[in-house]
Ligand binder design. Structure first.
Ligand SMILES: C[S@@+](CC[C@H](N)C(=O)[O-])C[C@H]1O[C@@H](n2cnc3c(N)ncnc32)[C@H](O)[C@@H]1O
Length: 344
């Protein structure tokens, strides 16, 4: 996976766990997310009161264990980081303790007559370089998953849904728009819907695809997924670029004879945008020469080469041009799409 960013400060990975055993170890939850409780005492062979004296100080805990403070109080337990008579340290200096001691960040429990101080440890995991878990295998969670959803095998080697899902987990937040310029079978759209379902997020997606067969797999898949039970919000709009020269490309591709191609050429010289080096006016000899080529495939290549490929579709900047007869509804749709309006 290659990751690029325009702004490195925005390229932080989210702090979350991806592996099942790690996720399960964060067994508690509050409004800020999942966490587990860990001892606030640092028990390591190389940490001791002597070599880290600033990390050694008393913590006062009320008899009912509810109040935990650094302020000396009568009738409170005075707790030091001692384990089996060995003097260790706390995990932070007192200043940091004070800062973190808000709400129920610290918890005191009594175990065998000893007061233990615990603290909240938020869900996180060092993201591994190699994603080897079975859930990332394209065979099972890509090919088979898609086959089960659509009833047949319509796309070769789609990525695993979970590879994309976990990528979204570490890289996106609730209101992001996720763009996949090479949508293929639509794994990214599926993963965004699944992600929103899991965490109640409102992520949106934009998928771009050029091949008709892949577009239909993509749409079919997203229809099935959005229809599945339990989706909080899930719908999508599918748009096609408005064809210009592409109309001629399609005619050229499906033509079967030289005569047909000659007709297309005549239409092209009236209604298409030809490459700058092509003179729209064709003398008769050029037509005669075209006929003598006598090879439909070669003639197709020749005509395709005449068309300006930058004009295959109508440009947004030409939307008001009467030549293209863009409907008012399409104009509104474009306006909302490109300006991020709400009333699409
Ligand atoms: C490897 S596939 C993507 C697979 C997808 N991530 C999945 O797991 O289902 C790449 C896709 O990009 C499409 N593609 C390639 N060039 C494109 C372009 N210029 N514009 C739009 N789509 C393009 C191809 O048709 C193909 O479907």
């Amino acid at each position: 996976m290659l990751v690029y960013t325009k702004n490195i400060s925005k390229a932080e990975l989210n702090k979350i766990a991806l592996d099942k055993d790690k996720i399960e170890s964060f067994d508690k939850r509050d409004e800020a997310g999942n966490y587990r409780l860990e001892p606030f005492m640092r028990v390591r062979s190389n940490t001791s009161r002597t070599n880290k004296p600033k990390f050694w100080y008393p913590i006062y805990v009320s008899k009912d264990l509810k109040d935990i403070t650094l302020t000396k109080k009568n009738n409170y337990h005075k707790v030091f980081p001692i384990d089996n008579d060995r003097e260790f340290t706390w995990k932070t200096k007192p200043e940091t303790f004070e800062k973190r001691n808000v709400g129920d960040y610290f918890v005191a429990v009594e175990q065998q007559g000893q007061i233990i101080i615990l603290h909240k440890y938020r869900e996180q995991q060092v993201i591994k370089n190699l994603w080897m878990d079975k859930k990332y295998f394209p065979e099972f969670q890509g090919t088979n998953l898609l086959k089960n959803l659509l009833g047949k095998n319509l796309f070769s080697y789609p990525k695993s849904l979970y590879a994309v899902l976990d990528t979204l987990k570490i890289m996106t937040s609730n209101n992001d728009i996720i763009l996949d310029f090479f949508a293929g079978s639509g794994t990214t759209g599926h993963a965004v819907l699944e992600m929103n379902k899991q965490d109640g997020g409102k992520r949106q997606f934009i998928l771009v695809e050029q091949l008709d067969e892949h577009i239909s797999v993509c749409k079919e898949r997203l229809k099935k997924v959005t229809a599945q039970e339990g989706l909080l919000s899930g719908n999508f709009v599918s748009c096609e670029l408005m064809s210009y020269n592409e109309v001629f490309m399609e005619r050229i591709q499906s033509a079967e004879s030289s005569e047909e191609l000659l007709d297309i050429w005549r239409d092209m010289s009236k209604d298409s945008v030809l490459n700058w080096y092509v003179k729209p006016h064709k003398p008769m000899e050029a037509e005669e020469h075209f006929i003598t080529i006598n090879d439909v495939e070669k003639q197709k290549q020749l005509l395709a080469a005449l068309l300006d490929k930058n004009q295959l579709y109508v440009h947004l900047s030409e939307i008001e041009d009467e030549t293209f007869k863009v409907s008012e509804a399409d104009k509104l749709l474009n306006k909302n799409f490109y300006k991020g309006g709400d009333d699409v």
